[in-house]
Design a protein around this ligand. Structure first.
Ligand code: NAP
Length: 284
């Protein structure tokens, strides 16, 4: 298949390029490809005539979105619409990547996890703009797959795993990590694998959640990174609350996702601990 990947130079995009290397891949990223330039994007895409567009490009810095609301919507809403228009014009299947931040993350708490059909109510500009993008994509391309993932890390980063390893492998004070936000740490390899599976299932459309199985807090995630790094990780990790670590964007308290759509297809993702162990071995 000929597959065009928007944001193909980003963290997930790079993993996809590697995983899908058997296909003919076109990386559509800045500066040559700009999803906010609708006409130019559509024209370039129509020259390629892709079978599939995987849409990863986005404004992904959650805190920056709070202070740059217009830019967040320009990329995540209008940019997504432009990609959907191009997919429709080319007759390409569209797989668009979205996020757990479309949910409020408010209680009910553990063991609650958000299903594909659950009510969305984002609490951040990033989440609002991604949800607005989802809606335009579904309007323009009703057969698109909207694949929501979460808490990503992948080769080269940047990610929470890279930050923890960089901090933890230097001597210093204990590292405080938030223990009252829960989600699904997810390797980009796991997402790429799920996308490879979906490429074999052209009949699938609509919202599909794809994260690793099982949920934990950022503190649990950090402790597992420390454990896997062994003696190379020199610092202690101590739990703290969200209030002790204020950020511009209000993170969801519980954004764990249920993978009903994939499970119905008989597909199971790895647990976050298994995927993390594979990643730490290969990356560090
Ligand atoms: N990272 C996570 O934890 C996470 C969680 C849930 C969902 N997601 C979603 O997963 C997708 C991929 O995320 P990621 O972590 O791989 O993000 P990333 O590393 O920031 O990759 C996004 C890519 O899009 C590019 N881009 C930005 N503006 C563009 C434009 N106008 N036109 C074309 N390309 C543009 C970026 O280029 P520059 O670097 O030059 O800006 C970057 O290469 C996104 O849709 C994100 O919302 C991510």
């Amino acid at each position: 298949m000929k597959i065009l990947i928007t944001g193909g130079a980003g963290m997930l995009g790079r993993t996809l390029c590697r995983r899908l290397a058997d296909h003919s891949i076109v990386v559509a990223d800045l500066p040559e490809w700009d999803i906010t330039e609708g006409d130019a994007f559509c024209l370039k895409a129509s020259e390629i005539q892709p079978d599939v567009i995987i849409h990863c490009a986005a404004m992904t810095k959650v805190d920056d979105c709070e202070t740059n609301r217009d830019l967040a919507f320009r990329l995540n809403e209008e940019g997504s619409r432009n990609v959907a228009v191009a997919a429709a014009a080319c007759g390409a299947r569209l797989i668009a990547i979205s996020t757990d931040y479309v949910f409020s993350g408010e209680p009910p708490r553990e063991p609650w996890a958000w299903g594909e059909g659950d009510f969305t109510s984002p609490r951040t500009v990033y989440g609002e703009s991604k949800l607005a993008g989802e809606r335009l994509i579904s309007m323009v391309c009703p057969s698109a797959v909207i694949l929501r993932t979460a808490w990503l890390y992948g080769a080269g980063g940047p990610s929470f795993v890279h930050t923890m390893v960089s901090l933890g492998t230097k001597e210093g004070e204990p590292i405080k990590v938030v223990n009252d936000q829960r989600g699904n740490p997810t390797s980009t390899d796991v997402v790429a694998e799920a996308i490879a599976f979906l490429l074999e299932k052209p009949e699938v459309s609509g919202i599909v959640h794809a994260t690793c199985e099982e949920a934990c807090s950022w503190y649990d995630f950090a402790c597992e990174i420390k454990k896997l790094m062994g003696e190379r990780f020199k610092r202690e990790i101590v739990p703290c609350t969200t209030e002790e670590f204020p950020r511009p964007a209000k993170r969801p308290k519980n954004s764990a996702l249920r993978k009903s759509a994939l499970n119905v297809l008989g597909y199971r993702t790895s647990t976050w601990k298994d995927a993390l162990s594979v990643f730490i071995r290969s990356e560090f």
